[in-house]
Design a protein around this ligand. Sequence first.
Ligand code: SAM
Length: 271
Amino acid sequence: MSKTHLGHTARKRFGQNFLHDDYVIEQIVNAINPQNGENLVEIGPGLGALTDPVCERVDALTVVELDRDLAKRLRHHPFHGEKLNIIEQDALTLDFSTVLAAREDTQKRLRVFGNLPYNISTPLMFHLFYFTDSISDMHFMLQKEVVNRLAAGPGSKNYGRLSVMAQYYCQVMPVLTVPPEAFKPPPKVDSAVVRLVPHRAPPVDVTSVNTLERVCAQAFNQRRKTIRNSLKDCISEQALSELGLNPGTRAETLSLQDFASIANYISAQEV
Ligand code: SAM
């Protein structure tokens, strides 16, 4: 399969798999349902597979593209160039709150979407979680496995740190599965689109989100161990029992509320 699409040779280091299936593209744009006047932001517009149909519906779109050649192409876009506000930057280091602050109507939080570069999708999710106050919703194409992890609940083999943190910050709704043939070049894995809607109020009370993240990372880094062992550096077996948790259980059985209880207990000890 040729790696060249619309005169551009796909760059593996930028995770470039370009969408070319019109039906899939239409379904994604319908799921986003972009409206004029919204603060829309696309991550990784590439050759415009989503950019073009979105620009047909709205007057303005901010795009974040790291590949200099693709950003240049977009700048000279024959139809939509004028509508685009192009940020030529790594989305992983972009302060999304400044993107909102630069918009005319800062009351309308950002609507972020994109067919994301798969090589950075998990760190990018964690980066975006920091800006959920500035974001009203997100629609992303990701590896199907990552969407499964985002949506997984306790007891599932896909349940992990990403699930707990994603569900702390957002409501997670898988939208559709996309086969490799919808892309050029085709990725080696199935893909899926997910809608993430940041909670306006967190679903559980957490004193320190950093502590929650630390507890999740520690518990799931050693997911085969019981929490008595994986968390022994930060909480005693007795304290786990006092919180109503079985120290002999594994991280994958704990709910978001359980992780929040552990994190809040640790935060209270640290003051
Ligand atoms: N949206 C296009 C499509 O659907 O055909 C391209 C999607 S392609 C999977 C990922 C896009 O993200 C590419 O345009 C790539 O250059 C861009 N990209 C890769 N890493 C990036 C980063 N760190 N920040 C912003 N854009 C990035």
